[in-house]
Design a binder for this molecule. Structure first.
Ligand code: S3P
Length: 436
């Protein structure tokens, strides 16, 4: 893919549905009684992997990909069927970690695995607390990575009864060493199958979509500060979910409008949940002209139309509790920082090393190739902005967020940029290049 500088970006657009919320809608819909209808579902590869896994466990899920709608016939908490073959999550970290929590509560054995990237990502972070809950879960190759083997706690052949508190997981209070919504959500979902309350305390608050959606489906959830708890069962009830646009996808267009002179974009219906809106806060700290219009709340999730105009920006420090609220946006924030005057320092972001790729290494390598003044640190990076970028050959390493961030960098760089492996955008934003 060759990308060249072009004129201003102008117009009104939407971005696809939120990836995190789309995954959770399938999972909770499958575990509910009755029908769940999902509108504005993200038809990206990761969310389709979640659908395939639940279909393998006997859940009927119809997809209308033109209308981005999904119709799920819920099986209830105790109605999933034993899969005949290993569950394959593809590239999706959210699927493997959240689904593992659910599988640990089931009365059947299962194996869960994914692509070569997933099989190198750390699973010790869920294995440790799940074992504390009494789950029988192990890494097949004893390397704290997938494939994960899960054994049933329940020897009975018939599905567990919600009233039956024998052979269940144990409710625990887990103090997670990492701020990770995937870890927290894994444990809260396992907590539906526990004998008492399950609580997770994080060092900083990560995205709270699981807590919000569980409570919409009828679970008893409490959340205060960095601590979230769920009570076991007794049942979830299917419902209609309207997924807001994904702020992580909108981020590429927000940054494009900010760095390409004379741009003005209105991005409609974007989720602005405060555990996800760090990108907007950082852009405003840098001096960006961003307005939120038409703010709405549906099913606990807030959305807005984002109006963004090209702006003169200054460097900032990004560290502490804001980091989990923009963790997936750091590659595009690094690009943005190259167009800001002065120094931007990103700290407390060591989690970037264990995403779909090592995002500290790849962002620094690719931006350096484009002429940026950028240095990697142990927990982030330092960018001295204001040095013009030029075209280069940059590899996405099959990481969707890297492919999109560098396409946007190329829009504001001198000359031509070649993006290697651009097709991975289909993980979270299949129409990215068409929208652009
Ligand atoms: C996600 C949580 C984040 C994020 C990922 C999606 C989720 O991961 O990076 O893209 O849907 O829960 P961590 O919670 O592990 O940081």
């Amino acid at each position: 893919m060759i990308v060249k500088r072009k004129g201003p970006l102008k117009g009104t657009m939407t971005v696809p549905g939120d990836k995190s919320i789309s995954h959770r809608a399938i999972m909770l819909g499958a575990l509910s009684e009755g029908i769940t209808e999902v509108e504005n579902f993200l038809m990206g590869k990761d969310c389709i992997s979640t659908i395939s896994c639940f279909r393998q466990m006997g859940v009927s899920i119809d997809i209308d990909s033109v209308g981005n709608k999904v119709h799920i016939k819920g099986k209830g908490l105790y109605g999933l069927q034993s899969p005949n073959t290993p569950l394959d999550v593809g590239n999706s970290g959210t699927t493997i970690r959240l689904l593992s929590g659910i599988l640990c509560g089931q009365p059947f054995k299962s194996t869960i695995t994914g692509d070569s990237s997933i099989r190198t990502r750390p699973m010790g972070r869920i294995l440790t607390p799940l074992k504390q809950m009494g789950a029988d879960i192990a890494s097949e190759n004893n390397n704290f990575c997938a494939p994960l083997l899960i054994n049933s706690l329940n020897t009975a052949s018939s599905p567990m009864e919600s009233k039956d508190l024998t052979n269940r997981l144990k409710g625990i209070h887990y103090h997670s060493p990492v701020a990770s919504a995937q870890v927290k959500s894994c444990l809260l979902l396992a907590g539906l199958y526990a004998d008492s309350e399950t609580t997770v305390t994080e060092p900083a608050l990560s995205r709270n979509h699981t807590e919000l959606m569980l409570s919409e489906f009828g679970a008893t959830v409490t959340a205060a500060g960095n601590t979230s708890s769920v009570l076991p069962g007794p049942k979830l009830t299917g419902r209609r979910i309207n997924v807001p646009g994904d702020i992580s996808s909108a981020a590429y267009f927000i940054v494009a409008a900010l760095i390409v002179p004379n741009s003005e974009l209105l991005i409609k219906n974007v989720g602005i949940n405060p555990t996800r809106d760090g990108i907007i806060k950082v852009c405003r700290m840098m001096g960006a002209d961003i307005k939120l219009e038409n703010v709405k709340n549906k099913g606990g999730e807030t959305s807005a139309d984002i109006l963004v105009r090209h702006s003169n920006l200054k460097g900032v420090e990004i560290s502490g509790p804001i980091v989990p609220t923009l963790i997936d946006e750091i590659p595009i924030i690094a690009v943005l920082s190259c167009f800001a005057t002065g120094k931007t320092t990103i700290k407390d972001a060591e989690e970037l090393k264990v995403k779909e790729s090592n995002r500290i290494e790849i962002v620094v390598k690719n931006l350096s190739a484009m002429g940026a003044d950028i240095t990697a640190t142990d927990d982030g990076m330092i960018i001295n902005g204001g040095k013009p970028l030029h075209g280069a050959v940059v590899d996405s390493k099959m990481d969707h967020r890297i492919a999109m961030a560098f396409t946007i960098a190329a829009l504001a760089a001198e000359g031509e940029t070649q993006i290697l492996n651009p097709e991975c955008v289909n993980i979270s934003y299949p129409n990215f290049f068409t929208s652009l």
